[in-house]
Design a binder for this molecule. Sequence first.
Ligand code: UFG
Length: 327
Amino acid sequence: MTKILVTGGAGYIGSHACKALAAAGYTPVTFDNLCTGWQDAVQFGPFEQGDLLDRPRLDEVFKKHQPVAVMHFAALSQVGESMIDPGKYWRNNVSGSLNLIEAAAAAGCLNIVFSSTCATYGDQDNVVLDENSAQYPVNSYGASKRAIEDILENFEASHGVKSVIFRYFNVAGADPDAQVGEFHQPETHLIPLMLDAIDGKRAALTIFGTDYDTPDGTCIRDYVHVCDLVDAHVLGIKWLEDNKGSRVFNLGTGNGFSVREVVDNSRSVTNRDVPIVEGERRPGDCTRLVSGSSRAVTELGWAPTRSDMATMIADAWRWHQNGHFDR
Ligand code: UFG
């Protein structure tokens, strides 16, 4: 079967992508250093442990598996941490991706699906964020992802490396079968932290900032279900097979939810109280990030089915109750 190299395949989004690729008839080969991923999440194809900074190891894996394309998820992705330790983000995300792209080009694997982020747009209040919007990242994480987009553009010109770049908005939810799901150590994301607070694993959810210029004072984000998100990636592989050149797609629904609205939805989905504490703003957070583009729908035929807030929270809650928390 056709192999796809999935960097970060042991992580949250990568493991869901491996499941979707296997369902679509591909063999996903996970390449992961397990610094934030989990070996027990690799269930849908072979596992190759390795680090993107280790070029000989990358060359070995390309030679062994001869993948037709790469899905590149492996990255450090905590906005707050990236403000404290930017060097870690530039080294791991940018140098690691450069190694990967060079190794792919050397192996003749010229199709790359890359996980970028809406954090590359930065804080542009009241602006519709589409793929042509200017990119002014306000945190080192977003800056590192924008740099990788630039590297891909350069390597298309020099080596014919084609890419589909997905700029994610906020990924949420879990596999409805609860085979894989979200589990970060430490956890920093809103919905899993909120579920922890709901079932008493932590005392309360702290809302980071209540004085933003939004209707209820809390930050607004555009949440997309992880299963819908990875379906777009499978369509991205097909796009690369069928088209010349490269393309950027936002992956969001266009619906913005404030932190308080997410909390309210969680109360009704779980039928439990959410203990909250109102805290200071978190450095690096943008006020509002909402996609204003339907390019993925019109050009890829992307049809999200689970990205309504109630379904995302219900799927995350099911995983939260049944997933592998003995890690
Ligand atoms: N938030 C809280 N309390 C928490 C955690 C988060 O109030 O304990 C708030 C944040 O301030 C933010 C919102 O909830 O307003 C969402 O925060 P997340 O940490 O869940 O997500 P981010 O928006 O910071 O970051 C995520 C991904 C990034 C991506 C970014 C784009 O982690 O990879 O979305 O917005 F780039």
